[in-house]
Design a binder for this molecule. Structure first.
Ligand code: PLP
Length: 503
């Protein structure tokens, strides 16, 4: 070892593992003199242990799905299986360059192709692109495809996109980015789509309707096929926001409901880490009439010919460009690593993905039932949405609660409950969304939580509701960071680490 490595603890940085000097020197020689630094870069200095301690300290101040229960409604924070990480780190996935020739990428392209097929099949769509890297970007991409489709058939005057008032903010934002005006329609009292409200706004100017099903209330829309019919009869297109796909995958699909385009959140339904945990992936699927507008490239295949080794499955994979593509929405082929992780996840379920959604729905209903059946004094402080005891009192993968009764009872609100749950070791549920539920908490347990975890959360939730206003309104009490000014950071951007002399 000592022949190859020499100790290189730098004067001002403390201990660092020795670097292979021979290689480093050789590498330096390969950099043209004109590009070499005249002076040493002013990197922040720290020893390796200091650096490790810094990042470990940061990670301990964070809450993540690996730290505890993360019931963030609509965000589908499920366990990220470690086998996905092992697979994505294999050399054939990790050590390839996006510009490598197709004959070097056949294995990866086979995975991409299988994902396109699987996602298309699960959603009842005919063509899929893996390129968008977030659900919101998928929405934008699909709405752009719809826009080009309308142009291609002489319908470019269609300039309105309809969204229900329970929609996620990215829906109207994506449509607005494409230049559309937004028409919001109110939900009915049961939280469901109001067909009369829809009929009142569709017309010759309707480009599309964007909707998620089940809705952000966790409620399945039984009239969805009729809604699709109304929009189609008016010449509009139906867009499915796939953020809630975890509720229905394997049991029904957006294609059957009458949708023309969907996005998938691989970082929700297919276990790719998200939030602070990693880049997302928001592929879209479309029906045949929209396929020619998809971003390029898409993976195609043909039977392999003699001498072509390929992925060893009898196919030769090719990059294909849809004929009238809207162009690229991200560099290269999207977030390849996210696609591979999600592929690894789906492969372990195979055809049994349906059990995943069934367990997600079972868990949500079990937790809702547990939360809604405490002692009478606590029961008075919560209101389940849609209305308690309504005949269809079954939700899909998530549910919403209104904390209005708590406000009336003791003056503490939904935010106070969310903050206090941090003290009990939980991530707060989604707060104040959807906006149609006053004092809303939205809870989504996902299929990956055990009955014990759900029982404990329900008990702790009840414990929080039995506490007095003073404890709740000043929570959290045990976290590193206490109650913060939630808008300060957005209004006072600090985009770099302070320098030592920035006193
Ligand atoms: C219902 C719904 N639609 C769309 C999105 C946007 O997805 P992304 O965060 O991947 O952009 C979200 C995100 O949470 C969502 O909950």
């Amino acid at each position: 070892m000592s022949d190859i490595f020499a100790f290189r603890g730098s004067e001002d940085a403390g201990y660092a593992q020795p670097a292979p000097i021979a290689d480093a020197e050789a590498a330096k020689e390969r950099i043209p003199v004109s590009l070499r630094r005249a002076e040493r870069a002013a990197w922040p200095t720290a020893s390796e242990p200091e650096l490790v301690r810094h990042y470990t300290w940061l990670s301990q101040r964070n809450f993540g799905i690996d730290t505890g229960f993360y019931p963030l409604g609509s965000c589908t924070m499920k366990h990220n299986p470690r086998v996905n990480e092992r697979i994505v780190q294999l050399a054939g996935m990790n050590d390839v360059h996006p510009l490598a020739p197709a004959h070097h990428l056949q294995g990866l392209m086979a995975i991409f192709h299988e994902m396109q097929e699987m996602l298309g099949h699960c959603a009842g769509m005919d063509a899929v692109t893996l390129q968008p890297v977030a659900g919101a970007q998928g929405e934008f991409t699909a709405i752009r495809c719809i826009q080009e489709y309308h142009r291609s058939i002489g319908q470019s005057h269609r300039d309105k996109v309809i969204v229900p008032d329970s929609a996620h903010g990215t829906n109207p934002a994506s449509a607005a980015m494409c230049g559309y005006s937004i028409i919001e329609i109110p939900s009915g009292e049961d939280g469901r789509l109001d067909l009369d409200a829809l009929r009142a706004v569709v017309g010759d100017d309707t480009a599309a309707m964007m909707i998620t099903n089940p809705s952000t209330l966790g409620v399945f829309e039984p009239d969805i096929a009729e809604a699709a019919q109304i929009v189609h009869d008016a010449g509009g297109q139906m867009y499915y926001d796939g953020a809630n796909f975890n509720a229905i995958i394997g049991r029904t699909n957006p294609g059957l409901m009458g949708f023309d385009a969907v996005h998938y959140n691989l970082h929700k339904t297919f276990s790719q880490p998200h939030g602070g945990g990693g880049p997302g992936s928001g592929p879209i699927g479309v029906k045949t009439h929209l396929a020619e507008f998809l971003p390029s490239p898409i993976v195609g295949r043909r039977p392999s010919e003699e001498g072509e080794i390929g992925a060893g499955d009898g196919w030769w994979y090719t990059w294909e460009a849809p004929e009238n593509s809207i162009g690229k929405v991200h560099q290269w082929h999207g977030n390849a690593g996210a696609v591979v992780r999600s592929w690894a996840f789906y492969r372990r379920y195979g055809r049994d993905l349906r059990t995943m959604s069934e367990h997600a729905v079972l868990n949500a209903n079990y937790l809702r039932h547990r939360i809604m059946n405490p002692s009478p004094e606590i029961r008075e402080k919560i209101h389940a949405m849609p209305a308690d005891g309504c005949p269809a009192d079954v939700v899909k993968h998530e549910f919403t609660l209104s904390m209005t009764p708590l406000v009336d009872a003791i003056g503490a609100n939904g935010k106070d409950v969310a903050k206090r749950l941090l003290d009990y070791g939980y991530m707060a549920p989604t707060l104040y969304f959807p906006m149609i539920v006053p004092e809303c908490l939205m809870i989504e347990p996902t299929e990956t939580e055990s009955k014990e975890a759900l029982d404990k959360f329900a008990d702790d939730f009840h414990a929080v509701l039995s506490e007095d206003a003073e404890i709740l309104t000043t929570a959290p009490h045990t976290t590193d960071v206490k109650r913060v000014d939630e808008v300060w950071a957005a209004r006072n951007l600090i985009l770099r680490h302070p320098k030592k002399d920035d006193a």
